[in-house]
Design a protein around this ligand. Structure first.
Ligand code: AMP
Length: 555
């Protein structure tokens, strides 16, 4: 397929914000794509050349890309940089420069998607000294053959910013429509593989049901629904139930294929490199040769060996440098709570109780290294309450309550697992800024900057956009926009600065420290609970209260 066929689709996608139209456009392209090119088309539509969980990244610094554009067009790097700032899109800059420069058509060859895909892939695969020149050469080769807007999309793909609005939901719908499948089939296939290229190919060949989990490829983790009391927990999962500590670390999916190990986060980022120190522990303490484990990685104090809140280790996840130094200062323990694969065999359809039994046989527990999460099987509310209190006392977030019969359902909150954690006090905060929305929210203010009080000063503490409805509710975007419009003091692009008057009652999951906001704190998952027209300036909650909640939230 010519690359220009794909760029036509890109343009059509860029021209609409409507999900249905996007779905139609993509499915039309998929239907006419040859089987041998389907995978490449699917990746390029998402602006990638590897599935998102792959360790390989295009990894081009903007400096290198600018250098390549400079070589291909002759325009100086300084000028390119200036234009980039002005236009805010390097893709448009290159498009304009190519149109201006009268290149000889001598070296031009019509670009195919295969050529573009392979050249961009090579950028990630080249490593080590002397590869910079080669990488630049691969980009130049594409740019000198690019027609019209092709260069724009090539550059956007290289810098991983395609800007055509194809998100996961649109991809799922498009594959469903293109190959006349049921939505649930595509959903399941995607949850297992996290690779739309695999899913589309299987859908085209009517082989969706033969897609299997593969050790080394992450699957979407099962999620839990929040409940408010032990009673509700038993109602949701039945009796007796499996209760476990809800640890305050982060989700870690461990894939072990012999001695080869990969580690993935809940969002399926590959973090094997960041946590190299736990690989030997997994090799020596996991008794199975091949397996997939579901776990929480929890930080602990190297002196006291006590668990620490997630905040302490969060900086380790995306760290690129000094990894081993930080690993020593911020050590982690693996707390395993589930097993999804035993020697190549999927355990997803096995009951929770049976999976837990297999897990218990498969791990040699060793404190501060790898342990199986503490559990209790009970039908007594009293025992659940005692377990809950003890768990909170040990610094955990709360408890997980799991149905003994529950299968492992990837990527979904289906009710087989529920979570119980303390309800946080709400905060009354004032709106001091807002952003105009996009798409169908274009005429409304849709995201609101919140502040708390420090005596007479207002300090930002976060932004909120959830808990507000589009229609038929007490708090709608329309209502808030009407209230706030007369309070606009200044406009800066899509952002407006507001006179502080409207106070919102805000719920949240947790208060975290933050370098971004002036208060030094941020709210995790903030949600509007109420519009408090009854409150005035002195009722806005102050920094002292925020600090107090922050300090006591896990006691
Ligand atoms: P939440 O982040 O509040 O939606 O809670 C779900 C998260 O709790 C999971 O994604 C895990 O990272 C974490 N978690 C901690 N302990 C457990 C456990 N015993 N079972 C399942 N998830 C757990």
């Amino acid at each position: 397929m010519d690359y220009s066929d794909l760029t036509k689709t890109y343009n059509a996608l860029e021209a609409t914000t409507k999900r249905l139209e996007k779905t139609e456009i993509i499915s039309k392209l998929l239907r006419k794509t040859k089987e041998s090119e389907l995978k490449q088309v699917i990746y390029l539509l998402q602006g990638i050349v590897f599935p998102k969980w792959d360790e390989r990244k295009t990894g081009m610094s903007s400096r290198l890309v600018l250098k390549a554009i400079n070589s291909a067009t002759g325009v100086s790097i300084t000028k390119l940089e200036k234009e980039w700032v002005k236009k805010g899109d390097l893709g448009i800059v290159i498009e304009e420069q190519i149109q201006k420069s009268k290149q000889t058509s001598l070296f031009k060859k019509k670009l195919t998607i295969e050529k573009v895909f392979n050249n961009i892939r090579k950028l990630a695969e080249l490593e080590g000294k002397g590869t910079v020149t080669k990488k630049i050469q691969y980009i130049i080769e594409l740019l000198t053959s690019a027609e019209n807007d092709e260069a724009k999309f090539i550059i956007r793909t290289i810098i991983e910013d395609l800007r055509i609005g194809v998100k996961v939901g649109v991809m799922k719908d498009s594959i469903t429509l293109a190959f006349e499948k049921e939505q649930g089939q595509i959903e399941n296939a995607y949850n297992l593989t996290n690779d739309f290229a695999e899913v589309a190919l299987a859908a085209k060949n009517n082989k969706l049901s033969s897609l299997k989990m593969e050790i080394g490829k992450p699957i979407n983790p099962m999620l839990a629904i929040r409940i408010e009391s032990p009673e509700e927990a038993f109602n949701a999962v039945g009796v007796p139930a499996l209760i476990e500590d809800k640890l305050d670390g982060f989700r870690l999916q461990i894939h072990k294929k012999g001695d080869e190990i990969s580690l993935f986060t809940r969002r399926l980022e590959n973090i094997t490199n960041q946590f190299k120190e736990i690989l030997p522990i997994i090799r020596s303490n996991v008794k199975l040769k091949n397996t997939i484990l579901d776990s929480e990685l929890v930080g602990y104090d190297p002196k006291t060996k006590k668990h620490l809140p997630f905040q302490n280790i969060s900086q380790r996840i995306r760290r690129k440098y000094n990894i081993s130094e930080v690993a020593e200062k911020l050590p982690v323990e693996i707390q395993v709570f589930d097993i999804l694969n035993e020697e190549g065999k999927s355990l997803l359809n096995l009951d929770q109780e049976k999976r837990r039994k297999i897990l218990e046989k498969s791990i040699k527990s060793e404190k501060t290294k790898i342990t199986i999460t503490k559990k209790l099987v009970t039908n007594s509310k009293k025992e659940m309450n005692e377990f809950y209190k003890r768990s909170l006392g040990e610094g955990n977030e709360g408890i997980m309550i799991k149905s003994l019969e529950s299968k492992y359902v990837p990527g979904r909150r289906v009710g087989g697992w529920v979570k119980l954690k303390p309800i946080k006090e709400t905060l009354d905060l004032v709106i001091i800024g807002a952003d105009w929305g996009e798409g169908k929210r274009a005429n409304w203010l849709a995201s609101f900057t919140l502040a708390c009080r420090d005596k007479n000063e207002l300090l930002t503490i976060g932004k909120v956009g959830t808990g507000i409805s589009e229609k038929d509710a007490d708090i709608t975007f329309d209502l808030l926009t009407k209230e706030l419009k007369p309070l606009i003091k200044e406009t800066d692009g899509k952002h407006v600065i507001l006179k502080p008057k409207i106070i919102l009652e805000i719920g949240y999951e947790e208060i975290q420290t933050s370098p971004t906001y002036k208060s030094g704190y941020a709210l995790r998952f903030p949600k509007v609970v109420n519009l408090r027209k009854d409150l005035g300036f002195t009722d806005i909650d102050d920094l002292i209260k925020v600090e107090k909640i922050f300090k006591t939230q896990r006691k």
